[in-house]
Design a protein around this ligand. Structure first.
Ligand code: RUQ
Ligand code: CUA
Ligand code: CA
Length: 641
């Protein structure tokens, strides 16, 4: 390990030249991932020693049968459009919360309630069936998670979903107007003007792809007019409050602990439409948003709207923000096609990873505010460190002890570095050894997060790393490999690899927090649904022309109606309340040939609507094993010709 350190920037100047900016020729291979895979297929010396050091000891991640994990992990579910709930350190997947795409277990996209949240076309079908979730973050209070909500993005259709964490269900989905490729997401942690509001009231969303505004067929061939927007969504109402028109694009998002600043890293300040154009500049930027000024500008009516959207859009372009004292947006220069922006738990810094530059850039927030206040002339003086860490830096996590952990996509490593030492090195103290450790991960890591990382309660115990490639780490399952989420112990000086976990593609981002932050409800409240059927005697078939409402309840092992009859062509709305009160006593309702299946939890009410277009006998049965007489738990739907 010490040999390897001799090559580290920050430990000596040897080897630095090899890690200079990647030139465009080299990038063609790297961007395609070919050179990167070949290079990193061989396990390196670093990290292996650390892992071997763990051998022979009882596994620190063993959670014995019947024991509970000590941390929750909320993982983005990638293309499944859901959020996954993991227990850590075991890595056991406990739950999936469907959001943007249908789910056959709970009936997400089948029940009327879930369809209303997901959005339907005039014909009643879902608007979208596909998703690409990356980023999940939870609501804050006093700089720590408060267990109210989590949010997750859908990059494909630019939608944001909210999950209420008490029931662990998605309760709202909002479309972002004027935006394509909604990527980064981060809730604020306080209000910039009212100190009494020390909790999340806004969620910020980064729009990645530039499009014509409005995107209605005009200017399709004028890419210089394509624009990206930064959006603010109200945490409670989930309405889009305002948007900011910017130069360049948005990518990931971070927020300050005082609520004053939000930021997005920008890899396409060139406004390029081809990837070569997007990496033509040596430096891009991290755009900082002055939240109080933006909200004031909206109040003062200094905004535009685009197309059908009534959301106010303020002007955050360079042209309109030359005067620091009135600027809404400040663009801090960052090399080259940066990825990721992360807030240190001490509240002082935002860190952008260089991606195509082997550096991380540390930006001091009080200095950015000084610039906005006219107290500092040169905005780039807010950069307090820009140091080499390795190839392809992407995302950064923190341990609460002053150290940062950055994924190196091309090196297939995580580098542990000390923020204050990097600042000292940048200032000119070349003896400041800011790189503390490196560990090989398997392979090509993207996201990284530590337990409680982006909170004031960062505890420096576990680090999870989302490796994009798993190659030889699991039993082969054909051409589609799982991703590899690796767990690393960061409680000591050296990182120790603890476990590999296969996950279905592709989670990207996740958060890890102490289990006592969450207090979930294990049984619904009957009054949660206006459709509730509180008494089995209210069951029956109620006709209004060809519109028929079937009301029934479930109590193990029976549905309140043993059979019900409708006529061919009826539009049937079936409402079911589960009157069982016992925790874990979930039933299901599966209706053959009608494409209907959903589960119904204790004290929950759900409904479905369908056209009874096929005459015959259809045995609707309970699809969740609930009782010794589960198989007998059925109701007979008769559709008369
Ligand atoms: S972005 S690593 Cu959404 Cu980094 Cu995936
Ligand atoms: Cu109810 Cu099975
Ligand atoms: Ca660029």
């Amino acid at each position: 390990m010490s040999d390897d350190h001799k090559e580290d920037p920050g430990l000596s100047s040897t080897g630095m030249s090899r890690r200079k900016f990647i030139n465009t020729t080299a990038l063609v291979g790297l961007t395609l991932g070919v050179a990167a895979c070949d290079k990193t297929g061989a396990p390196g010396a670093t990290g292996e020693g650390a892992a071997a050091g763990a051998e022979g000891k009882a596994s620190p991640i063993e959670v014995k049968p019947g024991e509970l994990d000590t941390y929750y992990g909320l993982w983005s579910g990638g293309h499944n459009g859901d959020m996954r709930v993991l227990g850590l350190p075991s890595g056991r997947e406990i739950h999936r919360i469907p959001c943007f795409a249908p789910d056959a277990l709970v009936g997400w996209g089948i029940t009327n309630e879930s369809k209303e949240i997901m959005g339907t076309r005039p014909d009643g079908n879902l608007r979208y069936n596909v998703a690409d979730t990356h980023h999940t973050h939870a609501s804050y209070k006093d700089g720590n998670y408060d267990g109210r909500y989590a949010w997750i993005n859908d990059k494909i259709n630019s939608r944001i979903a909210r999950i209420r964490l008490d029931y662990m269900v998605c309760d709202k989905i909002t479309d972002l107007p004027n935006v394509q490729g909604f990527h980064g997401i981060f809730p604020d942690k306080a209000d910039p003007v009212d100190p009494a509001i020390n909790y999340t009231t806004r969620v910020f969303c980064g729009g990645e792809f530039g499009i014509p505004l409005p995107n209605d067929g005009t200017d399709v061939n004028n890419p210089e007019k394509y624009r990206s927007l930064f959006s603010c969504v109200d945490a409670e109402t989930m309405q889009v409050r305002w948007q900011v028109l910017i130069d360049g694009n948005c990518d990931l998002v971070a927020t300050s602990y005082d609520g004053k600043l939000a930021a997005t890293n920008q890899y396409n300040t060139e406004n390029g439409v081809h990837y070569e154009d997007m990496m033509s500049a040596e430096r891009d930027a991290c755009a900082f948003f002055h939240i109080a000024r933006i909200e004031q500008a909206v109040k003062d009516g200094k905004f535009k709207t685009y197309g059908d959207s009534s959301v106010p859009v303020v002007d955050g372009t360079h042209e309109a923000n030359k005067d620091a004292k009135t600027a809404l947006v400040a663009y801090v220069s960052v090399p080259k096609n940066p990825h990721g922006v992360n807030a240190s738990p001490d509240g002082k810094y935002f860190i952008c990873a260089g991606k195509l530059s082997p550096t991380t850039t540390t930006i001091e927030l009080t200095k950015v505010l000084d610039w906005f206040d006219g107290k500092m002339d040169k905005l780039d003086d807010a950069i307090v460190a820009e140091v080499e860490v390795g190839l392809g830096p992407l995302h950064t996590a923190f341990d609460g002890r002053g150290n940062a952990y950055t994924t190196l996509f091309l090196d297939s490593q995580v580098v542990k570095w000390n923020v204050e030492k990097a600042i000292a090195f940048h200032k000119g103290d070349k003896s400041a050894k800011y790189v503390i450790d490196r560990i090989d991960v398997h392979y090509q890591p993207g996201h990284i997060n530590a337990s409680q990382s982006e909170t004031k309660a960062a505890d420096g115990k576990y680090l999870a790393v989302g490796c994009k490639f798993s190659k030889d780490r699991f039993l082969p399952v054909g051409p589609l490999h799982p991703e590899n989420e690796q767990l690393i112990d960061i409680s000591g000086e050296k990182m120790v690899l603890l476990a590999d976990h296969p996950v279905r593609g592709e989670p990207h981002d996740f958060i890890i927090f102490k289990r006592d932050i969450l207090k979930t409800k294990q049984v619904y409240d009957l009054d949660d649904s206006p459709l509730v059927i509180k008494d089995p005697k209210e069951s029956g078939v109620f006709r209004n022309g060809n519109k028929v409402t079937v009301k029934l309840t479930s109590q193990a092992p029976a549905f309140s109606l043993r059979e019900f009859t409708v006529k061919k062509g009826d539009v049937v709305t079936l409402i079911l309340t589960n009157l069982d009160k016992v925790e874990d006593l979930t039933h299901g309702f599966a209706l053959p040939k009608y494409n209907i299946q959903f589960v119904i939890n204790p004290q929950e009410t759900k409904s479905v609507t369908f056209v009874a277009d096929k005459p015959g006998v259809f045995w609707a049965y309970c699809s969740t094993f609930c009782h010794a007489l589960h198989l007998e738990m059925r109701t007979r739907m008769i559709v008369e010709a």
